[in-house]
Ligand binder design. Structure first.
Ligand code: ZN
Ligand code: ZN
Length: 170
């Protein structure tokens, strides 16, 4: 659960241990979505009248394209997350990094904070493995599974240049 009654928080800091679904309504079009439920843990405290502070961490998984071969790669995404909530009318509520609460709000919804932290942490591009050979820029085959003449020709000439350098320096 990522939704807390304000009177409950005022009576004592709340332990957060909840989940944000990959299909939750908080996600917006264009977001880099998680591929499964994101787990969220932390602490939500009262920080003065109309103010609440959340700090914790989240972990989940996303699917992104390998930047070299374009294969879908499942990657784990985790980071710390924190956010200050302030009721409308307070000076803090005007600040960019503060999450405003409508006047008279009865609950604090942590989902927007988790969404923002997720978007900052989720990679747009990943590599499927360190030695991914990628796609051939000439014929487009996946060099992890096939070899082509154009790939080996360019590789050979690069080695020739290195060999020439080594030979001339010795
Ligand atoms: Zn790859
Ligand atoms: Zn090729």
């Amino acid at each position: 659960m990522l939704y807390f009654d304000i009177r409950t928080i005022e009576s004592g800091a709340q332990t957060v241990n909840g989940h944000l679904g990959e299909d939750d309504a908080v996600w917006e079009e264009g977001d880099m979505l998680p591929s499964s439920t994101v787990h969220v843990e932390g602490r939500l405290s009262y920080a003065g009248p109309g103010r609440f502070y959340f700090t914790g961490q989240f972990s989940g998984e996303a699917v992104a394209s390998c930047r070299r071969c374009l294969t879908d790669v499942t990657t784990s995404v985790s980071d710390t997350v924190s956010g200050l909530f302030a009721e409308a009318g307070l000076d803090e509520a005007e600040e960019d990094d503060v999450f405003p609460l409508t006047a008279g709000a009865r609950a604090v919804d942590l989902r927007p904070v988790v969404r923002e932290a997720w978007l900052l942490a989720a990679p747009a591009f990943v590599t499927c493995r360190d030695d991914c050979q990628g796609l051939c820029p000439i014929c487009g085959i996946d060099r992890n599974v096939e070899t082509c003449a154009c790939a080996s020709a360019s590789t050979d000439s690069r080695w020739d240049a290195l060999r020439a350098m080594r030979d001339s320096s010795s």
